[in-house]
Design a protein around this ligand. Structure first.
Ligand code: FAD
Length: 477
């Protein structure tokens, strides 16, 4: 029998339960369908499309190297699959399950259409360590706070070992028409803003494994502190690889645990790292149980929050021209590399929602378009967290001060100097607050505020007061 394997957010052939099950059916036809219409506003943004192109090229090469050929089709997923079933006589269609509402809806529709046509449609785990149905509190409800969630996950059975890679996959040798990947135009042109990204990123399983190995050799020993210092390369940078499913989270889990077995002193650092993988689990579970998270505030009282419009302020934020060096450094890192350090994501998101009082969905959309790791669950949950409306958000009055955040986490100013070079010659003392530098200091550093670099678009103290007043409005109803 022939089984179509539909690749989704699982662009790998290693440790993929659905693919292993497909191999039990008989021969496998590997397929990826680009279905922008069904995705609607969840269509990948520009940076993700760049990654997707290269990730598909890598997957395709991995399949070719093992004797098969990845079939690429563009259009409505159900219709493409029905056509392929008719052409090949496939008896089954298998895939990994998704957790976002549009993915769940697609699986339901595929189940109905394919079952009616006599085709066996099955979905398998493969994206998470723990399935949402398996994790609930004592009342049988989903957790809404991270710490008890993760404690509960760790208490139960730990993730199974990754599947052993078969010697040979029973791919269908060559069948069906496939689009040419280049014809999908996923890559930017005129201008090609990603021209240098190959130096930064290697999409695909081999790149993911290399990244993980490098992290476990080096960054992990500094992780617990280093993860807060944006100038350091102390985090794994696995987020896009995990988002696209190029490496399974349980492979990450077991490799990290193996490292501890080799070097027990790393245990607390590795545990911290795995708890961040836990945040990935948590946000996916939240999205599964509360599918409105990308659109509506998790805390209902925020529905009436008095957001301001502020197109020019939004633009200043997007372009890294707010006059707060650390915020601008983060936004420029994002624009230039498709990535921003987690601490800076927290600071820039807080700045947009609390200092500028601009709706978190504007920020979420910008990140969606510019991050290579843009992920509906992580992005929406994190934005809501930053805005104060999230499931596990910190108390609203904890408003990040962009100056002290810079002084604390970029003390020597390496990060700001890297991304805001026009301030590079300012002494550390004034780097995070150039507007307070005496005129001779500015002159010496070659900085003219309002010319080379903007004066702050808002005053921190006034902005903080305004945010607290806005919050007071929804509190008092
Ligand atoms: P590491 O520190 O090495 O962490 C390991 C892995 O854990 C990451 O690769 C990621 O898969 C996961 N992870 C870490 N932190 C989180 C988190 N808070 N929530 C969910 N998963 C997490 N992450 C995304 O993957 N996609 C997004 O679209 C995204 N948007 C964000 C938006 C905002 C406003 C904020 C504050 C955070 C966002 N994050 C997002 C979470 C986090 O910033 C990134 O996952 C992390 O910076 C990626 O770098 P890393 O792989 O080196 O992380």
């Amino acid at each position: 029998d022939l089984c179509i394997y539909l690749f989704r957010h699982d662009l790998r052939i290693a440790d993929l339960p659905g693919l292993a099950a497909a191999a039990q059916v008989g021969r496998i036809l590997p397929v990826f369908i680009l279905d922008d219409d069904t995705l609607g506003e969840n269509t990948p943004g520009g940076a993700s499309r760049w990654w997707l192109h290269h990730s598909l090229a890598a997957l395709s090469a991995d399949i070719t190297a093992t004797g098969g050929r990845l079939v690429l089709q563009r259009g409505d997923t159900a219709r493409c699959l029905q056509r392929l079933v008719a052409q090949t006589g496939a008896a089954a269609v298998y895939c990994s399950r998704g957790y976002a509402p549009h993915e769940v809806a697609l699986e339901k529709a595929l189940h109905a259409a394919l079952t009616e046509a006599g085709v066996d449609f099955k979905r398998f785990p493969g994206t998470l360590l723990f399935e949402p149905e398996a994790i609930a509190n004592q009342a049988g409800q989903p957790f809404k706070v991270f710490s008890p969630f993760w404690r509960h996950c760790l208490r139960g059975d730990h993730p199974a070992q990754p599947l052993v890679q078969p010697q040979q996959w029973p791919w269908v040798p060559d069948i069906g028409r496939s689009d040419d990947l280049d014809s999908w135009n996923l890559l930017p042109r005129n201008p090609d803003w990603a021209a240098e990204w190959h130096e930064l990123w290697t999409p695909g399983t081999a790149g993911a494994r290399e990244r993980l190995a490098h992290f476990l050799d080096d960054g992990v020993s500094r992780y617990a502190d280093g993860r807060d210092r944006p100038a350091e390369y102390a985090t794994s940078r696995l987020s896009a690889h995990l988002h696209f499913g190029e490496i399974s989270p349980r492979e990450v889990w077991h490799r990290a645990r193996q490292r501890v077995a080799q070097k027990p002193a790393l245990e607390s650092q590795v545990d911290k790292f795995l708890s961040e993988i836990g945040w990935r689990e948590f946000s996916n579970h939240l999205l599964f149980h509360f599918p409105t998270i990308p659109r509506e505030p998790f805390k209902a009282q925020f529905a009436g929050f008095p957001w301001l419009g502020g197109k020019s302020l939004l633009q200043a934020w997007q372009r890294g021209q707010t006059g707060y060096p650390v915020v601008d450094a983060g936004m420029r890192e994002l624009w230039q590399t498709g990535y921003m350090h987690n601490r800076m994501r927290m600071v820039t998101a807080s700045f947009l929602t609390k200092h500028l009082l601009i709706h978190w969905r504007e920020g979420e959309r910008w990140f969606w378009d510019t991050l290579v790791d843009a992920d509906l669950a992580a992005n929406a949950c994190s934005w809501q967290w930053a805005a104060g409306s999230g499931a596990d958000a910190a108390p609203y009055f904890r408003i990040f001060n962009p100056v002290t955040q810079g002084q604390k986490f970029d003390t020597e100013g390496e990060y700001v100097r890297r991304w805001v070079p026009e301030l590079a010659r300012l002494p550390d003392r004034y780097l995070h607050r150039p507007w307070e530098a005496p005129a001779p200091v500015l002159a010496e550093a070659g900085v003219v505020l309002g010319d080379h670099y903007p004066a702050p678009v808002v005053d921190h103290r006034e902005a903080r007061e305004a945010a607290l007043a806005a919050y007071q409005q929804i509190r008092s109803g």
